[in-house]
Design a protein around this ligand. Structure first.
Ligand code: NI
Ligand code: MN
Length: 228
């Protein structure tokens, strides 16, 4: 049995009785976060791209716990340079870890670490297919809609799909509905729709729209979890 917990924005943990991983751990600066990075206990950190609302506190958590950051190669190298243990991967590639299997999927978005005087490119962004305890979940990352979601849905029997719905930087609700139709996951969990004014969406209305076409959707407010 898997537990998917929202920690706010695009940050989720996925936990089995033995293992726990975290996606895109933006916590310290996240207005929606329900815990601090110091409270996180995980086996690995999966980061989809270099934007600050995703890379977030990954480096600090990785160093404190001595656990790897799993990321696209360029982003992993950036974290290696900062002294983190990393597991560099790339889109289309899969690898078995102690906690389960990870495969990187494409995401149509950007990826860079941006500071006041520098934009440092961190490779293409990604999504993740993660299999733990025989259940596979799709974490789309920040992405626009793309037709190969159909292929992802065909190739994996998805227990859950975590999709951005915030519009402006990623898919909005309408495109996320198209994504959900292609992916055919047992349940859709929306993300990336409330931390900034410009991405605010009505997740409950989104869930209702999916329900109308026979697709299950669970809205997880920060701190809430879903058994998969
Ligand atoms: Ni982004
Ligand atoms: Mn983002």
């Amino acid at each position: 049995m898997l537990k998917l917990k929202s920690l706010g924005h695009a940050c989720f943990t996925l936990t089995t009785p033995q293992h726990s991983i975290i996606f895109d751990p933006w916590l310290a600066e996240n207005p929606d976060a329900v815990c601090s990075p110091d409270e996180i206990e995980v086996d690995a950190i999966l980061t989809s791209h270099g934007h600050s609302d995703h890379l977030g506190d990954a480096v600090a958590i990785s160093k404190r716990l001595q656990v790897p950051i799993i990321a696209p190669f360029e982003l992993a190298m950036y974290c290696t340079r900062l002294g983190c243990e990393t597991a560099p991967m790339h889109i289309g590639g899969g690898r078995a870890f102690d906690f389960g299997h990870v495969k990187l999927t494409m995401a149509t978005h950007g990826s860079a670490v941006i500071t006041d005087d520098l934009i440092e490119y961190t490779g293409p962004p990604c999504g993740f297919l993660v299999t733990m305890d025989d259940a596979t979940i799709y974490y789309a990352g920040d992405t626009g809609l793309f037709g190969d979601m159909e292929l992802i849905g065909e190739m994996a029997d998805l227990a859950a799909a975590i999709l951005p719905i915030g519009d402006n930087f990623t898919m909005g609700p309408e495109d996320a509905i198209r994504a959900a139709e292609m992916l055919q996951a047992d349940v859709v969990v929306p993300m990336h729709y409330s931390a900034f004014e410009i991405i605010k969406q009505d997740a409950v209305a989104f869930a209702r729209s999916l329900d109308d076409i026979g697709i299950a959707c669970t809205v997880l407010n920060p701190g809430e979890e879903l058994e998969i």
